[in-house]
Design a protein around this ligand. Structure first.
Ligand SMILES: Cc1cc2nc3c(=O)[nH]c(=O)nc-3n(C[C@H](O)[C@H](O)[C@H](O)COP(=O)(O)OP(=O)(O)OC[C@H]3O[C@@H](n4cnc5c(N)ncnc54)[C@H](O)[C@@H]3O)c2cc1C
Length: 288
């Protein structure tokens, strides 16, 4: 099916984009990689009056460390992350997630930030970045603000972003020298959305866990932070008992539904197993 008629704008600067978003308010939509928005428009689930294509804006396509944050710009594609040296080791949760997203065609166009603003509960970046404690950097004609991902995701395909706001980057706090993480994804076939995904990100401080981040994909109406599991690990030694306790708490945080991909019990038990595996791998990377 063809999309409904729309106006098309390709601003050359962030300021120009913000002026357009202000003008069209909730009748305008940002176009980044188009991997989610264009299919929705073709199905006529979305019929914006105007598209604000940000692909010609310079300066939004880099991954850089700045002021204690690693910043991933709004035009950084999944494939850029797959190839990035910065997203290994301490930021391994991100480097591990990137190649597990769909296929090379989607990864070449789709953006990390577009994934977050789309807020699909089966989106892999939401969990990987939430585990890493990330925040979205947002601009509007009124100024800039940051939103923690936990506060960004309101429900399926719903965020706290306002129609006049442009997300310019996602920022990940520096986890310190001894940190590691991973993203584990169960999919029916390569390139599929997650039946279950678990993101784990650990930083260590004098031999004990400093900060623990654990987030779940595909087992609830949004990406879920396993807060009780994180709290059980913070400040503790990462013993076998602690790992099992955290894995059990993560499984309890999941809100899976039975469907053609598996029963709720099965998905919950995958969360338990993946959390345990993820914690062991994160600890290995952090102490390597
Ligand atoms: C066949 C297929 C398989 C896929 N498989 C997976 C998968 O396994 N895992 C996974 O995580 N994802 C998957 N996806 C989704 C993919 O990751 C998309 O790239 C991503 O969801 C959206 O990014 P985008 O840049 O294409 O955004 P777009 O489609 O351009 O936009 C998506 C939404 O975000 C808004 N938006 C985009 N950028 C901004 C911004 N900077 N500021 C404000 N609003 C913005 C748009 O207005 C729109 O509402 C798949 C997609 C396809 C087509």
């Amino acid at each position: 099916m063809y999309p409904a008629r729309f106006e098309y704008h390709a601003p050359a600067s962030v300021d120009e984009a913000l002026e357009l978003l202000e003008r069209y308010a909730d009748e305008g939509k940002v176009l980044a990689g188009g991997q989610s928005l264009i299919p929705l428009m073709k199905l006529r689930f979305a019929s914006p009056r105007a598209l604000v294509d940000i692909n010609r804006i310079h300066g939004l396509d880099s991954i850089q460390e700045d002021n204690g944050f690693l910043s991933i710009g709004a035009l950084v594609r999944h494939a850029d992350c797959e190839r990035s040296e910065e997203l290994r080791g301490r930021f391994g949760v991100l480097g591990d997630a990137a190649p597990q997203i769909s296929d090379p065609i989607v990864r070449n166009r789709g953006t990390v930030v577009g994934s977050l603003t789309h807020a699909d509960p089966q989106g892999d970046w939401g969990s990987a970045l939430m585990a890493a404690g990330a925040q979205l950097e947002v601009a509007s004609s009124g100024g800039t603000r940051t939103i923690l991902l936990d506060e960004l995701f309101q429900g399926p395909f719903t965020t706290s972003l306002q129609p006049n706001e442009l997300a310019t980057a996602v920022q990940i706090p520096d986890p310190g020298a001894r940190a590691g993480g991973t993203y584990l994804k169960l999919e029916r076939k390569v390139g599929d959305y997650a039946t279950v995904g678990v993101a784990v990100h650990l930083s260590f401080d004098n031999g004990t866990v400093g900060r623990a981040g654990i987030a779940l994909t595909g087992v609830g109406p949004r990406n879920i932070r396993a807060e009780n599991a994180e709290a059980a690990l913070a400040g503790a030694e990462l013993s076998d008992e602690k790992i099992q306790e955290a894995a059990e708490l993560a499984a309890q945080a999941a809100q899976p539904r039975s469907d053609e991909r598996g029963s709720a019990d099965y998905k919950r038990s995958v969360v338990r197993v993946f959390t345990e595996r993820g914690l062991r791998k994160a600890a290995e990377t952090a102490t390597a």
